[in-house]
Design a protein around this ligand. Structure first.
Ligand code: ASP
Length: 438
């Protein structure tokens, strides 16, 4: 029998009804032996996340302002969950203790972590699973950096003595015993640590969407979900702005080659998106996995006759960027031309300074600046070694009347990036989607 670790996000645990859905999901598969909950999230758009309210309590104490009212909202949320799930649990002593500690000046990390802690207590009771506090195996060093090695060792030891357990997400402990949280959204990391610690056959990440979509639904109407994606494809899509799991949050399972399944708590029968190792996906030749893009880039295009014979030209250009603390995204080159694509947030107001240095240090024949560029990445393992992909892509853009200003294809052949005018961005994404998917 395999072991599955199921992590449930904030919207999956936003109220009693959601907790009950989680129970039916967990109990429908006896391999789901380890469960990692987030704190209750928003029930509707104008609702508040418990984690935000807990940070707010802490901020009140810092400013010496009473926080009873905010804390009461938290108490009510949990009381409703306990009552609505019908479990026999009195959280009052826990809540009293938490309130006292926050009032006495406990850290922001302590305050924030209590959202997951209380979710964990409720869920353990609801499922009849052991409650395992993550401070018993998730370790940070004295500077606050996550200690992967000692955590992994302790996770194996601690979790092996629990047949079935609920482990709150988001936090662990420092060497002095104080609570330390991961960055926001960090319950994903806890889930991945647990999955690795129990050598899970699958890490399920339950959210409120049916997995990742092939394109941004704000741009493409009803984009299809991605069924299978590799880590490398995911990285390309995330880098280009797709709203997917943060790659860092799943590094423990990636290292252990544990597949991740993104699932929807509100539609558990949907298959969701499966994330697999880079060599495990059998992609259909000619297919793409997804399209993602970002706006707000500037291209600096430099021309100089016989540039190719001038030793160190590229290095000097990049040193100018480095000295200005600017990192660049792409560098397409020709024989006598070289361009750098820079994100506007990197460039800030340093453009004039950079141009002046390029003029004085490199003496180019011309420099052109193209602002308002958008980059679009078409990503997919199925593109590699398949003739005709570029033709299809550029044909689609030409038919849509989109002028391509820049082209870049990574050497792994799983990614073609095109630069277009910002005004053409949406049109271009739709043209590519239609050409490959519809
Ligand atoms: N509750 C935390 C947050 O809101 C962590 C998580 O949900 O993953 O960021």
């Amino acid at each position: 029998m395999g072991v599955k670790v199921a992590k449930f996000g904030g919207t999956s645990l936003a109220g009693a009804e959601q907790f009950l859905k989680v129970r039916s999901i967990v109990s429908s598969d006896e391999e789901r032996r380890y469960v990692v909950p987030s704190a209750p999230g928003k029930r509707h758009e104008n609702d508040r996340k418990i984690t935000d309210l807990l940070y707010l309590c802490h901020a009140h104490v810092q400013q010496a302002v009473p926080f009873d009212e905010v804390f009461r909202i938290i108490e009510e949320r949990y009381a409703n969950i306990v009552a609505g799930t019908g479990i026999d649990l009195d959280l009052a002593p826990e809540l009293r203790n938490i309130k006292e500690r926050i009032a006495a000046g406990a850290s922001a990390d302590y305050a924030a972590s209590r959202g997951e802690y209380l979710s964990g207590i409720i869920l353990a009771k609801l499922l009849g699973y052991d409650f395992v506090d993550p401070t018993s195996f998730i370790h940070f060093d004295s500077r606050g950096a996550f200690d992967a090695e000692s955590t992994q060792k302790a996770a194996v030891e601690v979790l092996s003595s629990h047949e079935r357990a609920v482990i709150p997400g988001f936090y662990g402990r420092m060497p002095d015993g104080t609570i330390k949280t991961f960055p926001r959204g960090g319950s994903d990391i806890t889930g991945a640590i647990v999955a690795r610690g129990v050598s899970a056959s699958l890490y399920e990440n339950w959210t409120d969407v049916n997995g990742f979509l092939m394109a941004d639904p704000h741009i493409v109407k009803n984009p299809k979900p991605i069924e299978v994606v590799t880590y490398r494809e995911l990285r390309e899509l995330a880098y280009m702005g797709a709203n997917v799991l943060h790659e860092e949050s799943i590094f423990p399972v990636r290292a252990a080659r544990i597949p991740v399944n993104i699932k929807n708590t509100n539609a558990p029968e949907d298959t969701g998106t499966l994330i697999v190792g880079d060599d495990e996906k059998a992609a259909r030749a000619g297919s793409i996995t997804g399209i993602a893009g970002r706006k707000d880039f500037t291209v600096i295009a430099i021309e100089k006759a016989l540039m190719n014979t001038e030793l160190g030209f590229g290095r000097r250009l990049l040193s100018i960027l480095e000295n200005n603390k600017i990192s660049f995204e792409h560098m397409p080159t020709g024989i006598d031309t070289i361009s750098v694509v820079i994100s506007d947030c990197q460039l800030n107001n340093k453009l004039e300074q950079v141009l002046a240095s390029i003029r004085s240090e490199l003496a180019p024949d011309s420099i052109e600046v193209h602002p308002n560029m958008a980059l679009i990445a078409t990503v997919g393992q199925g593109m590699a070694n398949t003739p005709g992909i570029a033709a299809r892509l550029f044909g689609a853009l030409a038919n849509a009347g989109v002028n391509v200003r820049m082209i870049d294809q990574g050497s792994s052949e799983i990614n073609i990036i095109v630069g277009v005018e910002t005004g053409d961005f949406e049109k271009a994404v739709n043209a590519i989607y239609d050409a490959f998917v519809r």
